[in-house]
Design a binder for this molecule. Structure first.
Ligand code: V47
Length: 381
């Protein structure tokens, strides 16, 4: 195989000149001294025309933290119901009860579904769904228990802050009791969805029924204070503005300083088809995808992992993102509905060999990980 082009082969003195010439020398000095970047730095990094300079700086941080390693995992997704009482404009997945495309899986259905994946030997099941208006608190515990009945050793990464907030409200129990119930049922950690863009303007315009920025952050704090790790996402490429993306990153960084429970930051590329933003949205560009990965890496100095989620970025962009600050490309996935309903061109599954090849071709060392980033010998298919 040819040695791929890599920033590593760029003479550092030349790279410094390039960054200086781009007028970003002050930010590079902070990056090299491991000083925190400011809000204004974030805005400049988002808006600077020289993406290569921004990407090179992000790559320095990625290399300092992870060397040549690029993580992936062997996982499956189960979107256990698409019935949702909310109507977020960016969502093509949600349905109302009675719609032809509405479906709801009970705990036993989750168990049956997961048993179908037995031969794949996944280490993680990722479960997120709509907020069903006619399912109570026990329903959420049942879907987790169903997964654990099928695969007792699997790590259940489930429920966005929207689902957790809903459970806390409807349970009639204390916060501590709810988290203890979830732990007993088998919950391992929480995914990073539902944050969208943590600013009021975007909340009001695109997901006003659902919890807003402050409630998402408060719920994330509760999750982490009750001993669960979680991820954080940003949904970009719709109506959000540069300053709003930077505000989002600063809020995540502050919460990480306070609680330290975020494992990965995952910028999610918006897919507009069949959504309420179809007329306004467009498919994100490679330029935008790389920018969001790189700025995330540079601003979130206290996040260990930056994930390029290939289902939303596409395999092509996720692979390239490994040289723009990302050190993780998520996993095999297998049956994903949220992005596919909104028109992603990515397949629904990649097998382990394909993930490894994608990483190797870009010049990195593929390392299989658990959900919580322990390294594994590659297993499964
Ligand atoms: O919260 C909804 C987003 C999220 C669209 O933590 C859309 O490891 C693009 O959070 N186009 C759910 N995105 C997915 C999610 C996730 C995915 C992979 C890994 C992890 C993790 C978390 O999907 C939602 C919302 O922000 N979303 N509609 C759309 N049309």
């Amino acid at each position: 195989m040819n040695t791929p082009f890599s920033y590593d082969s760029l003479d550092p003195a030349l790279a410094h000149k390039l960054v200086d010439a781009a007028g970003l020398g002050d930010i590079l000095a902070k990056v090299e001294n491991q000083e925190r970047l400011s809000f204004d730095d974030g805005v400049r990094l988002y808006e600077h025309p020289n993406l290569a300079a921004v990407g090179w700086m992000a790559h320095q941080v990625r290399t300092r933290k992870h060397g040549k390693k690029a993580y992936f995992n062997n996982n499956v997704h189960i979107n256990y119901t698409n019935v949702c009482e909310y109507s977020c404009k960016f969502c093509a997945f949600a349905a109302k009860e009675g719609d032809a495309r509405a479906y709801t899986m009970e705990g036993d259905d989750v168990e049956r579904k997961l048993r179908e994946f037995d031969g794949l030997k996944p280490t993680e099941v990722h479960m997120v769904a709509g907020i069903h208006p006619n399912r109570g608190y026990e329903y959420y515990l049942d879907v987790v228990r169903g997964a654990k009945r099928a695969m007792p050793d699997i790590h259940v990464k489930a429920f966005t802050m929207v689902e957790i907030d809903h459970m806390l409200k409807i349970s009639g129990k204390s916060e501590a009791e709810v988290f203890e119930d979830l732990r007993q049922a088998g919950l391992g950690s929480c995914p990073g969805g539902g944050a969208e863009v943590l600013v009021d303007r975007v909340h009001k315009a695109t997901f006003r029924d659902k919890i807003g920025p402050q409630a998402w952050l408060d719920t994330a704090r509760k999750v982490q204070q009750n001993g669960f790790k979680m991820n954080a996402t940003l949904l970009y490429g719709h109506i959000e503005r540069t300053e709003e993306r930077v505000t989002h990153l600063v809020k995540l960084r502050e919460l990480q300083d306070e609680c330290g429970g975020f494992m990965a930051y995952i910028p999610l590329a918006f897919w507009p088809f069949h959504t309420g933003l179809e007329r306004h949205g467009h498919v994100t560009t490679g330029w935008m995808d790389m920018r969001n990965i790189a700025v995330g890496r540079l601003m979130l100095d206290n996040f260990p992992n930056i994930k390029a989620y290939w289902i939303m970025l596409t395999a092509e962009s996720a692979q390239t993102a490994l040289s723009f600050g990302a050190n993780d490309i998520d996993g095999t996935v297998t049956e994903e509905k949220i992005t596919h309903d909104a028109g992603t061109t990515a397949p629904e599954r990649m097998n382990i060999e394909d993930l490894q090849n994608l990483i190797r071709e870009a010049g990195y060392t593929p390392v299989q990980r658990t959900t919580t980033y322990e390294e594994l010998e590659a297993v499964g298919g």
